[in-house]
Design a protein around this ligand. Structure first.
Ligand SMILES: *[C@@H]1O[C@H](CO)[C@@H](O)[C@H](O)[C@H]1NC(C)=O
Ligand SMILES: *[C@@H]1O[C@H](CO)[C@@H](O)[C@H](O)[C@H]1NC(C)=O
Ligand SMILES: *[C@@H]1O[C@H](CO)[C@@H](O)[C@H](O)[C@H]1NC(C)=O
Ligand SMILES: *[C@@H]1O[C@H](CO)[C@@H](O)[C@H](O)[C@H]1NC(C)=O
Ligand SMILES: *[C@@H]1O[C@H](CO)[C@@H](O)[C@H](O)[C@H]1NC(C)=O
Length: 216
């Protein structure tokens, strides 16, 4: 009888000990997950939501873009894993890789993107924004890669794009109504390594041979 009480207490204390261990490891592990997964910045999340408001998203491709969630986990977004800044906005609607296999996005490209000061990759390929390429894109100074191909853009390319001194990839192809008065801005893109201007209207560009020849 006495023996069974003692062993019962032992079992009890072993169980309590095990429970403590389980709780401790749960706390330890959840806190380590918490510290390694950086949440996106509130100002950048709001900027993305404002950008979304300007879009016409018929197939609800951006369903994951909701106010309460961590925007680093939203579709098409990648953040710097130390600072949490949004560094990638990839809304490429490519039918072959079926990433966004739905209806192309339309609407307005809202200047709220300027809040994303660390954005280095912007890809809007295969959507249908139309209208002029927004001038403010030239102020996204950290951009390394800019893809505006297949978007039915029209009108002149803003020379402000020449301010993108970090740009190494620029794809404006397949926007047949886009025209150029002048390509002088191209010569400022000192980091450029890839340029695609397939099916753009160069008929009014006056000095393009010089501008191309100045590219490194
Ligand atoms: C953070 O990002 C860098 C650069 O993209 C990558 O090399 C590194 O493995 C990442 N670290 C973690 C913990 O995900
Ligand atoms: C492309 O834009 C032009 C106006 O610039 C418009 O008339 C045309 O319908 C658009 N095409 C598509 C496929 O959206
Ligand atoms: C950008 O480029 C335009 C036109 O080339 C220029 O007038 C402007 O001063 C530059 N800087 C900024 C911050 O837009
Ligand atoms: C340039 O763009 C066109 C149309 O988007 C594409 O078919 C072509 O492969 C591109 N060229 C290069 C060299 O990447
Ligand atoms: C290119 O632009 C010129 C001048 O704006 C226009 O006359 C011409 O029709 C355009 N070409 C094409 C293929 O759209």
């Amino acid at each position: 009888m006495l023996f069974s009480i003692i062993s019962g207490r032992r079992i009890h204390s072993v169980l309590v000990g095990l429970l403590c261990l389980v709780i401790a490891s749960a706390i330890c592990c959840s806190s380590s997950v918490g510290s390694s997964s950086i949440l996106c910045l509130e100002s950048e999340r709001h900027a993305l939501l404002r950008f979304k408001q300007g879009l016409v998203d018929e197939s609800n491709a951006l369903a994951s873009w909701k106010s309460e969630k961590d925007c680093c986990k939203w579709r098409g977004i990648a953040c710097n894993n130390r600072t949490g800044h949004v560094i990638t906005l990839n809304l490429r609607n490519s039918f072959d890789d079926s990433k966004f296999g739905g209806t192309p996005l339309r609407g307005e490209i809202d200047p709220s993107l300027l809040e994303l000061r660390h954005l280095n990759y912007l890809d809007l390929n295969f959507n249908d924004f139309g209208g002029m390429i927004p001038r403010f894109i030239g102020s996204l100074r950290q951009l390394k890669k800019l893809n505006l191909a297949h978007n039915n853009f029209s009108g002149p390319v803003p020379p402000q794009l020449g301010n993108l001194s970090n740009l190494h990839t620029l794809d404006l192809s397949m926007n047949q109504y886009v025209s150029f008065q002048n390509l002088e801005w191209l010569s400022h893109l000192s980091s450029l390594r890839y340029l695609n201007m397939t099916r753009l209207n160069l008929s009014e560009a006056v000095n393009w041979p010089q501008s191309f020849s100045q590219l490194t």
